[in-house]
Design a protein around this ligand. Structure first.
Ligand SMILES: Cc1cc2nc3c(=O)[nH]c(=O)nc-3n(C[C@H](O)[C@H](O)[C@H](O)COP(=O)(O)O)c2cc1C
Length: 192
């Protein structure tokens, strides 16, 4: 079993990365392979609404100049997907939104390829906007027919400078339980 965790923050060692790491550690302990993909900070184009992915049906976006096709291939292969983002003006980063738009259209247009995979949103902010960002990401999992995973609290943390989320003990507990819950659900689905 494999989980792909996408970091939508442009800071590869920032707070989102730390939170993803906590969940990943628990998944690994439970025997689930985890790959963390650094998407934030890279040049990622938005969806052009050309509809080519629905016509060509080759599991790819026609815009091939950025990492999105690489991530789409990994999403299709994975059994679970964690989308992590810092809160930017009360919402997710543009890199992650571009992945949702393009990856969503490609996988829907090629036969709903994300259906019945397991998904979790992970968000962090200095002060506010986590729940709105969490909701934004969960809209993606919902329309894709995915099963979303929760924890002891919504999957969020508080912190501003890189590493500050380490002071948020509840965020760590939330991520640990999220990793355990995701592993539990994956095992129920794949090893019933
Ligand atoms: C452009 C921008 C917008 C931000 N907007 C918000 C916001 O709406 N609410 C908030 O609490 N923090 C906001 N922040 C702070 C980040 O969410 C916070 O620093 C977070 O820890 C960054 O996570 P990272 O280290 O993974 O990049 C913003 C930061 C930036 C750069």
């Amino acid at each position: 079993m494999k989980v792909l965790a996408v970091n939508g923050s442009p800071r590869p060692k920032g707070n989102t990365s730390i939170m993803l790491g906590w969940a990943a550690e628990e998944l690994s302990k439970a025997g689930v392979e985890v790959e963390i993909f650094q998407l934030g900070g890279r040049s990622v184009a938005g969806c052009k609404a050309c509809g080519a992915c629905w016509e060509k049906r080759d599991r790819r976006c026609v815009q091939d100049q950025d990492p999105v096709n690489e991530v789409i291939a990994k999403m299709i292969e994975a059994d679970g997907l964690i989308l992590g983002s810092p809160v930017y003006f009360s919402d997710l980063t543009p890199e992650l939104k571009a992945l949702i738009d393009r990856g969503g259209f490609v996988t829907l247009g090629n036969g709903r390829l994300m259906t019945r995979k397991v998904g979790a949103a992970v968000v962090v902010a200095r002060r506010a906007g986590q729940v709105h960002t969490y909701d934004s990401i969960n809209h993606f999992f919902g329309i894709m027919g995915m099963f979303t995973v929760g924890s002891i609290y919504w999957n969020l943390g508080v912190g501003r400078e890189p590493g500050e989320v380490n002071q948020d003990g509840e965020a760590k507990e939330t991520m640990i339980t999220l990793g355990q819950n995701m592993a539990w659900l994956l095992n129920k689905i794949h090893r019933p």
